[in-house]
Each structure stands twice: as structure tokens, then as C-alpha cells.
Design a protein around this ligand. Structure first.
Ligand code: HPA
Length: 273
């Protein structure tokens, strides 16, 4: 049986054919936010289907390509589309790309997603820095045999979202006169959206936004000692906060609306990391 380390080695040597300078920063683009990848300079684009041990992304709005390119002078590895637990992938598959970034030597990763607003002061179109998370997925990507090379068996999660990166993001947002909110992201498996009763409960727990991704990768990256920044694009008010039913097309449309601000923020932020 191929071990996780062997799988990572294989994917790494495949990507090394495309890499001249090792990437420093990783970016994961969530639903509706994929366009940032197209702004990378000197980009090489590799479909997930070609990369050893990558699953293929299937959700609408997730096209499933890896970009190796630059923002200014900084080498960036960027995932356009991610693997979700609700697609039926095992957690090892879900976090494989994040682990591969760390394995390639990436020191900081910016993870983005679309999320529903629980906090009443958040509105669709807001960008929210993730301050902390609540893992309500009912599982954890580190369950299973401990792989020493990944890092500690019991990783500390008391500053899972780097304070340094959050401060930097706020500074850049201020300079760009961009309102950047901050809050707690709660992750669940989906794919059904939440009920209004669940959302009321999550609000009592201290969650500000809700979504179906990001948290597994944040856990895997923290174990490997990588600095993480999380940005949620608020695509809708969560169930029951307004009367409208939720739909995936709404999520995609809002991504397109904030795209310009979002791209501007990342382009200014990355060279300063
Ligand atoms: N709930 C869960 N996931 C989501 C939502 C939501 O309201 N919006 C975007 N992703």
C-alpha cells in the first residue's frame, strides 16, 4: 500500500517539473472566487486530473485546476476549486492539496470560501476574516494512524488563524478603504443547507458565519506548522435570518460581485506576507 508520504512525494515530483522557484504562498479559492487565479503572472495551469493522488473537483463553480504563478515577485501556488467532504471523499483526499502545499515548502496559506451570515450585522457581499472556527463536521482530518512527519499528534489550535496575517490583512484593507469584517466560522458537512433552528443554535455558540469547507485544511496546515489566513465571502444570510430560501446560484453570484475587491486585497496582501 502506498503511504501518505509516498503519495505526497509522487505529487511533489510531478509538480517539480513545472516549478522553477519553490512557491512561498498558497491560495485556495472558494465558490465564485476562482477568477483570482487568472490574474497570476507567468502562470502554469495544471488540471487536478493530471496530478497524482488528487481527486477531481466536481462542484459547479469549482473548476479543479492548480495554478503555479506569481504575484509581483512572489511565487504562488493556487488551487482553483477544492474537494469537499460532502462529495464523498475521505478526509485524506480533502486535505491532500493543503498537505502538498506544506510539503512543497509553502509557509503561509490563504484559504477562501463562500459562507452564510449568522451574525445579523454581516450582509451578503461582506468579506470576513476568519478569527477562529468551530469544527462541527463530526470528524477530523487527523483521525487515524499518526504520521510523525506531518507534525504533532495533538496540534495546538489556539491560534489556528495567524494573528500576524490577520493584522496584515486588516492593514491592507484599511489602505484600500475596503471594509473587512472579522468573525467565527462554523463548518459542517452539508450538502443540505442548515435549518433555521440550527442557525439559532450556532448563533448561541458564538458562530458568525457558516460553511461547508476550509476547516479540515486549516487543521491539517496547523499540524504541519503552516501559517493560515481565512477569508469568507458572505454570499447569503443563513437560513431563517431572512425568509428567502437558499440556493447555490446565489452563492456563485455574490462571489462574482465581490471579486474585484477580493482580487485587489489578495494582490496587495501577498507581497507583504
Ligand atoms: N450555509 C452553508 N454553507 C454555505 C452557505 C450557507 O448558508 N452559504 C455558502 N456556503
Amino acid at each position: 500500500m502506498t503511504t501518505l508520504k509516498e503519495k505526497l512525494e509522487e505529487a511533489k515530483s510531478f509538480l517539480n517539473k513545472y516549478i522553477s522557484q519553490p512557491p512561498k504562498i498558497g491560495v485556495v479559492l472558494g465558490s465564485g472566487l476562482g477568477k483570482f487565479a487568472q490574474t497570476l503572472e507567468d502562470a502554469k495551469v495544471i488540471p487536478y486530473t493530471e496530478i497524482p493522488h488528487f481527486a477531481s473537483a466536481s462542484v459547479e463553480g469549482h473548476s479543479g485546476k492548480l495554478f503555479l504563478g506569481k504575484v509581483g515577485e512572489v511565487e504562488v501556488i493556487c488551487q482553483q476549486g477544492r474537494f469537499h467532504y460532502y462529495e464523498g471523499y475521505e478526509m485524506e483526499k480533502v486535505v491532500f492539496p493543503a498537505r502538498l502545499m506544506a510539503f512543497l515548502g509553502v509557509k503561509s496559506v490563504i484559504l477562501t470560501n463562500a459562507a452564510g451570515a449568522i451574525h445579523p450585522s454581516l450582509v451578503p457581499g461582506d468579506l470576513m476574516l476568519i478569527q477562529d472556527h468551530i469544527n462541527f463536521m463530526g470528524t477530523n482530518p487527523l483521525i487515524g494512524r499518526h504520521e510523525e512527519f506531518l507534525g504533532p499528534r495533538f496540534p495546538d489550535m489556539s491560534q489556528a488563524y495567524s494573528l500576524r496575517l490577520r493584522r496584515l490583512a486588516k492593514e491592507v484593507a484599511r489602505e484600500q478603504k475596503l471594509a473587512l469584517r472579522e468573525g467565527v466560522y462554523l463548518a459542517l458537512t452539508g450538502p443540505s443547507y442548515e435549518t433555521p433552528a440550527e442557525i439559532r443554535m450556532f448563533r448561541l455558540w458564538g458562530a458568525d458565519a457558516v460553511g461547508m469547507s476550509t476547516v479540515p485544511s486549516v487543521i491539517a496546515l496547523n499540524q504541519m506548522g503552516v501559517e493560515v489566513l481565512g477569508i469568507s465571502c458572505i454570499s447569503n444570510m443563513a437560513a431563517g435570518i431572512v425568509e428567502k430560501p437558499l440556493s447555490h446560484s446565489e452563492v456563485m453570484e455574490m462571489g462574482a460581485k465581490v471579486e474585484k475587491d477580493f482580487i485587489g486585497l489578495l494582490q496587495a496582501l501577498i507581497p507583504r506576507i
